[in-house]
Design a protein around this ligand. Structure first.
Ligand code: PLP
Length: 400
């Protein structure tokens, strides 16, 4: 265990001032929630915004709404390498998971395989993920999906604030979600945003979201304590402390479709105050760090040329035999190099026997070879140089 400066793999700083805004918005309640919704609608130029307690709730609500519009379709195509919350939300919505293999060079769909996956006539929607904030090719997915009557859900859980070709991520598909969870592009400890410019989808989402309960005082107290703890403990000088506590299970990924589904609390809306400027600043800082790593010879396994993305981590494929050593060395030095999802969707034990489609060998390779490098505001240029040196030296070592 390391005691001393340790970088978290991803972070959005929360200040004491934002916690005070949270308390003030808690007092104004629904008015604050309505203000945040209006700000989001205007910024994104969409007709509909819903605020919920997590990204996975947002996805479940979206899927429930789509299912209501096309009850005869029950398959959901998702990337075979993505956050476990995605298949968990599909399961929670009572739909079937159809994983499609990914291209290791982009982490987007393997387009050759996607064509076949969309052809059963029972596919309700395809979920496109901007992993780590690197833009997925949503236009290409729409070209394949829309003529078949398949909705495109943009999973922008990790990508709020990014733009591609002058268009905002979150407005590229038929409907989108952002996560406001810890370690995402922008954070209010937890939370989820649904947006769409399609009134029919917006109405269906409103119907599906209306029944969700409001947060209670217990939820607020927990979030409040969590926000206070995070505002201190994500700093590199203190992060070794939560990292050393095994019961916090930091960085652990579990498949669990029994998550709580509620509306977003007013305290969290207050934590988001000033989000437009903060998001722009975060995006600028992270992008500068990603460019620094590229110049230092570290190659991301996803592309962002021509985009202004909000990159939350820098994904790198490394030699499977060397990955463990790389992580150990990073842990010793507190550099924040991290593993991502432990397996492909096709390897999730709880889903065995329920998945549609075939194997996803490329996604399984990615799961064995991927690491992520930190890009958040606490990462210094000196850290980046040490991270690049570490990667280059491990990559240069012969054998195991
Ligand atoms: C985090 C994440 C989600 C779920 O968001 P939560 O707020 O954690 O529920 C969905 N999709 C992707 C790609 C994610 O990274």
């Amino acid at each position: 265990m390391r005691v001393g400066r340790t970088l978290p793999p991803a972070a959005v700083p929360i200040s004491f001032r934002e916690i005070l805004s949270g308390l003030s918005d808690l007092a104004s309640g629904m008015k604050a929630v309505a203000r945040f919704e209006t700000e989001l609608r205007e910024y994104y130029g969409v007709t509909h915004v819903s605020l919920v307690n997590s990204g996975r709730t947002a996805l479940t609500v979206i899927l429930t709404a789509l299912k209501e519009l096309h009850p005869e379709r029950e398959e959901v195509v998702i990337p075979a390498y993505t956050c476990y919350s995605v298949p968990a939300a599909v399961t929670r919505a009572g739909l079937k998971v159809l994983p499609c293999d990914v291209d290791p060079a982009t982490l987007d769909f393997d387009w050759e395989k996607l064509g076949g996956a969309l052809d059963s006539g029972r596919v309700l929607c395809a979920v496109s993920a901007h992993l780590f904030g690197f833009p997925a090719d949503v236009d290409r997915l729409k070209e394949l999906a829309s003529p078949r009557g398949i909705f495109v859900v943009e999973d922008a859980a990790q990508a709020m604030g990014g733009e591609v070709g002058g268009r905002k991520i979150g407005t590229l598909g038929d409907i989108a979600l952002f996560s406001l969870g810890r370690g995402k592009a922008f954070s209010t400890v937890s939370g989820g945003i649904i947006l769409t410019g399609d009134t029919r989808l917006g109405d269906a989402v409103t119907r599906a979201a209306r029944g969700l309960p409001h947060e209670g005082w217990g939820d607020f107290l927990l979030t409040f304590c969590y926000a206070l703890a995070l505002s201190l403990l994500v700093r590199p000088g203190l992060f070794w402390l939560p990292k050393a506590l095994p019961f916090l299970r930091l960085g652990e990924t579990r498949f669990d479709p029994r998550f709580s589904m509620k509306q977003l609390g007013a305290f969290q809306v207050g934590l988001a105050r000033g989000w437009q400027e903060r998001l722009a600043r975060l995006r600028e800082t992270r992008l500068r760090k990603a460019v620094f790593l590229e110049k230092a010879g570290v190659k991301a396994t996803a592309r962002f040329k021509g985009a202004v993305p909000n990159l939350i981590r820098f994904p790198v494929l490394v030699d499977e035999a060397k990955r463990r050593r790389l992580i150990e060395m990073s842990e010793e030095e507190g550099l924040g190099v991290a593993l991502v999802y432990p397996d492909a969707v096709t390897g999730i034990a709880e889903l065995r026997g329920t998945l549609l489609g075939g194997p996803a060998p490329q996604a399984e390779q990615v799961a064995k070879r991927l690491v992520s490098l930190p890009l958040h505001p606490f990462v210094t240029e000196k850290d980046l140089r040490r991270i690049a040196d570490l990667l280059n030296s491990v990559a240069g070592e012969g054998g195991n």
